[in-house]
Write a protein that binds this ligand. Structure first.
Ligand code: CA
Length: 225
């Protein structure tokens, strides 16, 4: 079994390499984002251990690039508890599992073995409502085959609505899930972003898929307006 470790903390990477080698794995190391992406593209690994904060290219961009190219190598992300990102982001972007630093080698080994048992599973992760398709791993949105460019916040809002398609979701729910849970600003920001979203996913296509539900919030439907 051949593994790739992408980790810029050289001593940690080397310690993991030694430990995994003693368990019978063949382990390659990369210490920068670009080197890691290149290695993962050039070599077929059984699993990749990927740090998030890397020089040159973050672990998230590496996952996006690999999944965007339909490379489904099992990926274990290493996240820092106080980091800019969290575990949900890692899984949304197409990681298979994550470990929060600091972690024990025994736990890492168990997680890697579990990943290897599962093997490569192409992710049918796309969300589809009518002809609107959102791919959380590749971070793309399409309507009827046309690519739609969204800002990260618009993307999160659309993903939230698509995961609850057909249900009315309140502004408070949207604020809580799409904005920070402790967001103290004006709740009208939801209306503003729903407006942005409609201008991108509905208006150009003559649709009204994001409906206002009086007194309740919004609902994404497959109905053609
Ligand atoms: Ca790092």
């Amino acid at each position: 079994m051949r593994l790739l470790i992408v980790e810029d903390e050289v001593r940690l990477a080397s310690a993991l390499q030694r430990g995994l080698a003693s368990e019978g794995f063949t382990v390659d190391l990369a210490h920068t984002g670009p080197d890691g992406l290149h290695a993962a593209q050039e070599t077929t690994y059984d699993a990749v251990i990927l740090d998030i904060m890397l020089p040159g290219l973050s672990g998230y961009r590496i996952i996006e690039a690999l999944r965007g190219a339909e490379n489904w190598v099992p990926i274990l992300m290493l996240t820092a508890k106080d980091g800019e990102y969290d575990e949900a982001d890692a899984l949304d972007l197409g990681a298979d599992d994550y470990l929060t630093k600091p972690f024990s080698f025994v736990v890492l080994l168990a997680r890697i073995r579990a990943l290897l048992r599962r093997g490569v599973t192409p992710r049918p992760a796309s969300l589809t409502v009518d002809d609107l398709v959102l791919d959380p791993a590749a971070h793309t949105v399409m309507r009827g085959g046309a690519t739609i460019e969204l800002t990260p916040r618009e993307f999160s809002l659309l993903e939230f609505l698509m995961r609850r398609a057909g249900d009315a979701v309140s502004k408070a729910d949207i604020l809580h899930h799409v904005w920070d849970a402790n967001y103290e600003g004006d709740a009208n920001v939801v209306e503003v972003y729903v407006g942005y979203l409609r201008r991108k996913i509905d208006t150009p296509f003559g649709r009204q898929s994001v409906q206002t539900v009086r007194g309740a919030g919004y609902r994404l439907t497959a109905e053609i307006g």
